[in-house]
Design a protein around this ligand. Structure first.
Ligand SMILES: [Zn+2]
Length: 123
């Protein structure tokens, strides 16, 4: 299996995994009218670790796949806030894309009273 053999790593990062997926999903839903398909990630038991039925367009599918891979392979433990991190995870272009997603979805969730989803990031 390789990459995520260590179930422990996945469990420890479960919250980060969910939040990343949630943020990308909100962003995609609100910004991309393109056709969507259910997000699958071969290294994770999607039913268990991802919010139910994450529907994404192809571009966001790609973004989340890359983001999750980086998250799970983050060499720092505990993972620092990304903006304070010295490791440049995201491949060129992705950094900006992820930043945009986080900014948009963060504002969206605040406006819709879903602070519970953000607490992890700010507390
Ligand atoms: Zn999208």
């Amino acid at each position: 299996m390789g990459l995520l053999d260590a179930g422990k790593t996945v469990r420890r990062k479960e919250k980060d995994i969910r939040i990343l997926a949630q943020f990308v999903q909100v962003f995609c839903r609100e910004n991309h009218p393109s056709p969507k398909k259910r997000f699958e990630y071969r290294h994770l038991d999607s039913g268990r670790y991802l919010p139910k039925a994450v529907m994404l367009c192809e571009e966001c599918h790609d973004l989340l796949t890359h983001g999750l891979t980086k998250l799970l392979l983050c060499p720092h433990d505990p993972k620092p806030m990304c903006k304070k991190c010295t490791t440049h995870c995201y491949r060129p272009g992705y950094r900006e894309q992820v930043r945009q997603v986080m900014r948009f979805s963060g504002m969206y969730l605040i406006k819709h009273g879903r602070l519970d989803l953000l607490a992890h990031y700010f507390l």
